[in-house]
Design a protein around this ligand. Structure first.
Ligand SMILES: O=C(O)CCC(=O)C(=O)O
Length: 257
């Protein structure tokens, strides 16, 4: 464990192979594909759509399998290592880098966030639903950039271009990547014939805004079924969260202009 935490501190991310099993990979793929099918052209429009990708947003609302995923205790202990003890879910989305998409996502920090006096405040967990390879749109990261206190769009001439220090985060389906989301990162272009799918469980420090205001986007039925722990993690009925989130409604970093 100490090696994992050290890597998270030092590099800003850690890769955990075989974090979830083949059965879980298959079940999550089926769920995601059935939601893509159901939503068709509108998929992702409840948060945002992205050229060359299929996206889904608000997944807690869309399938019961998502609740155990966001509450996974091993993952949450790593998120707490990054953010401190008081955390909440910021958003739960899916992203599929489509075959031959030719689209490199700009390097960005999620929500255009820079650590404040209390340290990091965003942490993202990428659940690999397909193998991530060098050429199918793997996540790319610039190790150590989470401590730069700069955003790529300010520090780099071209955030889309390959960074000299960037590393492709590869792994087999079932791998979890936890990243301090101040780390400069983005999806690479997919030049293969197959989609590269992932779920992003994105967390925020308790005092900061949610990327998507869960209390407003979850249906009353879903909210009614939550237990106390789940309500807390989603910040349901949390007046401070409502205030800070509504005051700071913002888009994810790489789309901010
Ligand atoms: O799916 C990926 O590889 C990364 C996506 C990402 O960083 C984002 O959409 O903000």
């Amino acid at each position: 464990m100490s090696k994992i935490l050290h890597q998270l501190d030092q590099d800003g991310y850690v890769v955990l192979p075989d974090f979830f099993d083949r059965g879980c990979v298959r079940a999550l793929r089926l769920v995601i594909e059935s939601i893509y099918l159901q939503e068709g052209e509108l998929a992702g429009s409840d948060f945002r759509q992205e050229a060359g990708c299929r996206r889904l947003a608000n997944l807690v609302n869309k399938h019961p399998l998502m609740l155990p995923l966001i509450c996974n205790t091993e993952m949450l202990s790593l998120v707490r290592h990054v953010l401190g003890p008081d955390i909440k879910l910021s958003s739960l989305n899916a992203r599929s880098a489509e075959p031959h998409n030719n689209q490199t996502q700009p390097l960005h920090a999620d929500m255009g966030a820079i650590p404040d006096d209390n340290g990091p405040w965003v942490c993202n967990c990428v659940w690999m639903l397909d193998d991530f390879t060098e050429d199918n749109g793997a996540l790319r990261v610039v190790p150590g950039s989470h401590t730069s206190l700069q955003l790529p769009q300010d520090a780099l001439e071209d955030p889309v271009a390959e960074h000299p220090d960037e590393v492709a985060v590869t792994g087999t389906a079932g791998t979890l990547v936890v990243l301090n989301a101040h780390l400069w990162h983005g999806g690479r272009a997919n030049s293969t014939r197959f989609p590269r799918r992932a779920i992003h469980a994105f967390y925020a420090r308790r005092d900061k805004p949610q990327q998507q205001f869960q209390e407003r986007i979850l249906s009353p039925d879903v909210i009614a079924r939550l237990n106390d722990q789940q309500r807390h993690l989603l910040a349901i009925g949390d007046a401070e969260n409502a205030e800070v989130t509504l005051a700071n409604q913002t888009q994810s970093g790489f789309l901010k202009s």
